[in-house]
Design a protein around this ligand. Structure first.
Ligand SMILES: Nc1nc2c(c(=O)[nH]1)N[C@H]1C(S)=C(S)[C@@H](COP(=O)(O)OP(=O)(O)OC[C@H]3O[C@@H](n4cnc5c(=O)[nH]c(N)nc54)[C@H](O)[C@@H]3O)O[C@H]1N2
Ligand SMILES: Nc1nc2c(c(=O)[nH]1)N[C@H]1C(S)=C(S)[C@@H](COP(=O)(O)OP(=O)(O)OC[C@H]3O[C@@H](n4cnc5c(=O)[nH]c(N)nc54)[C@H](O)[C@@H]3O)O[C@H]1N2
Ligand code: SF4
Ligand SMILES: [Mo]
Length: 728
């Protein structure tokens, strides 16, 4: 397949006379930095941090300037395209809609509703219109085969929020600005800028903790950028955090340090955890975690001694073989030490737009994937099952895909298998402005406008922010004629798929298109905790936000329990039956089945870099410059033993595949551990991004294994993949 796209390079010369300053929020990661963009006509002259932004106070990272590259990128699709005889051709929106709907309807008529699968990628969460209208398209499609990036990411957090606090979005965040002891397990906020913790300028905030005499402790198999500024870093063997946490809880009980304080009143099962963790003494697990027993005890005692400590874990803890139980133990550790819903601890937010009242509470295990019967959560199935549910013939097979802002061939386990699966589909439509490694298999691509041509409000990241703030960004550039916003595409497809032509349906559709996301956002703001309801003059509204281009500060996080619990009885349900049912698997994995796979003796983990973002910022010239970042890190002792030299091309192999890439010898990683960043592998034929192709790298997800999952939740295992390495 070749790409023959007509694209226009942007004009270069700036008319600096007619400058305009715009304030908005960068939507690339979770940090919500305020930015100041100076334009002249259609040209961007500069992008800087907005010093007056109530939340970020001028901070940005190098990615913010990439917003200009994205906007001006000649490789970005601006018109729908259709693949005809292997060649891409631009087509009109009308033709694209018509054909998409006809294909989807034909597949569903012939094979049933479930024959259409869906995949929602991460950028949907950073997009107001997609957040508000994505559900409508999914509902219209009526398929049970819904997948998303959630199951290679934060799925455990939603399950825990749902089970313990009664709602999948009731996820607490560390009150970083008021804490004096920050225990970080498997997160690298200095590179990622924080996750499930929206926190601009996290580095300064972490440094403030240590500057004021507090501690930042990092548990990570790599001495990361965050570990570098911490007071203490402990290496840990990948995937063994569950044992560390069990031993930490064990210490709490054995040393009589478990004191949930006022949480006791509404956490009935708290002291029963003692029974569950009793067998896991620090001495018992040391061999598996690599952290000495006395160090584990010290971790706990120091935590208890601190005035306002918090324990937080992210990707390294969530996306591994025991990710769900690990995150559960992190949450219960905070509960047992009275650090949930306490100043400086894990706290619940009070966002201005209240999604919690608008979204289902969540449900687990109501649906299952077709072949492997993996459990679904809130109507979504684990993406590790997607390829097999396409490839395995028979009743219920997925024959077509609707993809929205995602690139699962690079971002989900065993990408090669998914690549193959996508190739064999009867039909794929993708809503995306890039021709990437996944939608190169599409038949039709519907590209939305660029980020700067649409308005923005962070429905999700305000909900996960370390301070309550609210900020609305209007579209910076007027969208050009004959272009569409994500939400317009979603609504139009839903309307046409429903096929209803009666007057009421047509009028409802027209009204929705006319009102757009702004009307819904205004409703959410007015009906939220700071809104005035029907009193148009009182409280927060969209009009008020528009008048405050640097955002509105709504204050610190405050204790809200038990009234904010979404459980009927206003109690925290520890659901030990559900979570501790995973302990026999822990036992089996670590203690009964100790034979290490001698063919694949290394354990592979991931890595993020501040100039990258998942799979889709490698087409920005500014971001990819500098040395090759897609390397495999290996400890000097291992390199010497295997006669591997720095920068030498090595072969890394797993059960499912192999890749060849340069070695980077560094004692940043533990012995026996390899680290490769994800989101690379832009060497597949037929994608549309030329700069990324020139910095292709390899995809680490050609090594991660779709059969290796966190069985409790169905979440993927992307950290702790058994691999071998050898010189080539
Ligand atoms: N091995 C390994 N794999 C990982 C991870 C890891 O740590 N290790 N991390 C995982 C995590 S946490 C995540 S979230 C996933 C991400 O996985 P995905 O969500 O599948 O991948 P992205 O790279 O975010 O895909 C972005 C796509 O969305 C498009 N896009 C961007 N903005 C918009 C928009 O506004 N509208 C539309 N329609 N399209 C848009 C881009 O053009 C690009 O094609 O990767 C996961 N994969
Ligand atoms: N620059 C940049 N920023 C990003 C992204 C990006 O791709 N690039 N992606 C965004 C997204 S989608 C997300 S979800 C967030 C993720 O945000 P983070 O979770 O903060 O980011 P990671 O770098 O994946 O951090 C995971 C850490 O866990 C460690 N680790 C691996 N395995 C284990 C283990 O078994 N145990 C322990 N204790 N640690 C382990 C890794 O070495 C790594 O340092 O970042 C977001 N921000
Ligand atoms: S930290 Fe995140 S939100 Fe802030 S400028 Fe960088 S990419 Fe944008
Ligand atoms: Mo993510």
């Amino acid at each position: 397949m070749t790409t023959t796209l007509k694209t226009k390079a942007p004009a270069k010369k700036a008319n600096v006379a007619n400058q305009q300053i715009h304030y908005r929020t960068c939507n690339l990661c979770e940090a919500m930095c305020g930015i100041e963009i100076v334009t002249s006509g259609q040209q961007i002259l500069s992008i800087k941090g907005d010093k007056q932004d109530t939340f970020s106070r001028g901070h940005i990272c190098p990615k913010a300037t990439a917003l200009q590259d994205l906007h001006e990128d000649p490789d970005r699709l601006r018109q729908p395209i259709e693949k005809v005889n292997g060649e891409w051709k631009e087509i009109s929106w009308e033709a694209a809609y018509e054909k998409t709907v006809a294909y989807i309807q034909a597949v569903q008529k012939k094979f049933g509703k479930d024959a259409v699968g869906t995949y929602l990628g991460n950028p949907n969460v950073h997009n107001l219109g997609s957040m508000l209208y994505g559900r409508e398209l999914l509902h219209t499609l009526g398929t049970k085969n819904k997948f998303s990036a959630t199951s290679v990411d934060q799925l455990p957090h939603h399950i825990i929020a749902h089970k313990l606090f009664g709602h999948q979005l009731k996820v607490p965040v560390p009150d970083i600005d008021n804490c004096d002891h920050f225990l970080i397990i498997g997160a690298n906020p200095v590179a990622s800028n924080g996750s499930i913790m929206s926190v601009p300028d996290v580095k300064t905030r972490l440094k403030n903790i240590t500057k004021n005499g507090g501690d930042v402790i990092v548990i990570d198999p790599r001495r990361t950028e965050t570990a570098e500024i911490a007071t203490k870093h402990h290496f840990i063997k990948p995937g063994s955090d569950v044992l560390l946490l069990l031993a930490m809880l064990n210490t709490l009980f054995s040393e009589k340090l478990a004191k949930p304080g006022r949480l006791k009143e509404f956490t009935p099962e708290w002291n029963q955890l003692a029974l569950d963790v009793a067998p896991y003494t620090p001495e018992k697990v040391v061999q598996h975690t690599g952290i000495e027993a006395n160090e584990v005890k010290k971790l706990v005692r120091d935590f208890i001694k601190a005035e306002a400590p918090v324990c937080y874990g992210r990707m390294g803890a969530s996306v591994q073989a025991f990710g769900t139980l690990t995150q559960y133990l992190i949450m219960t550790f905070n509960i047992l030490t009275g650090r949930l819903d306490a100043r400086g601890g894990m706290m619940f937010t009070q966002p201005a737009a209240n999604l919690i009242s608008q979204t289902g509470k969540g449900h687990f295990g109501r649906t299952h994937s077709r072949v492997r019967k993996l459990p679904g959560f809130s109507g979504e199935l684990p993406v590790s099952a997607l390829a097999e549910d396409i490839l395995t013939e028979g009743e219920g097979q997925i024959k077509a895909m609707v993809m929205m802002a995602g690139n699962p061939v690079l971002s989900t386990p065993n990408g090669q298998q998914l690549d193959k699966a996508f190739q064999g589909l009867d039909f794929m439509v993708s809503i995306d402005f890039y021709l990437n490694e996944s939608n190169r298999h599409a038949d039709i691509i519907l590209p939305p406008v660029s980020t700067l041509e649409r308005s923005h409000y962070d429905l999700i990241f305000h909900l996960l922010a370390v301070r309550n703030t609210a900020k609305y960004s209007p579209a910076l550039f007027k969208a050009k004629a004959n272009t569409k916003q994500d939400w317009e595409i979603l609504l139009e497809l839903s309307h046409r798929l429903r096929g209803k032509t009666d007057l009421k349906s047509r009028l409802t559709h027209k009204a929705k298109m006319l009102l757009g996301p702004e009307a819904q956002l205004d409703f959410l703001l007015r009906s939220g905790p700071y809104g005035g309801g029907f009193n148009l003059l009182r409280g927060i509204s969209l009009r008020k936000l528009k008048a405050q281009p640097h955002g509105i500060d709504l204050g610190e996080l405050k204790p809200v329990l038990p009234s904010a619990l979404q459980t009927k009885d206003k109690k925290i349900h520890l659901n030990r039956d559900f979570f501790m049912a995973d302990l026999p698997r822990v036992q089996e994995h670590f203690f009964n089945n100790e034979t290490k796979n001698s063919d694949r003796p290394f354990s592979l983990i991931g890595r993020r870099h501040v100039r990258s973002n998942n799979s889709w910022l490698h087409n920005s010239k500014r971001l990819v410059k500098g040395k090759n970042r897609c390397t495999v890190m290996i400890h000097p002792y291992d390199a010497t033993a295997l006669k591997i030299e720095n920068a030498q091309i090595v072969k890394v192999a797993s059960r499912v595949g192999q890749v060849e890439l340069p070695a980077e010898i560094t004692d940043e990683v533990m012995q026996g551990i390899l680290s490769i960043p994800h989101g690379f592998g832009h060497n597949r034929q037929g994608t549309g991004w030329k700069i990324a192709e020139a910095h292709a790298g390899v995809s680490v997800n050609d090594l991660s294994d779709e059969m290796q999952i966190d069985e409790l939740s169905g979440n993927a295992v992307l950290n702790g993949v058994p691999v071998s390495i050898q010189a080539t």
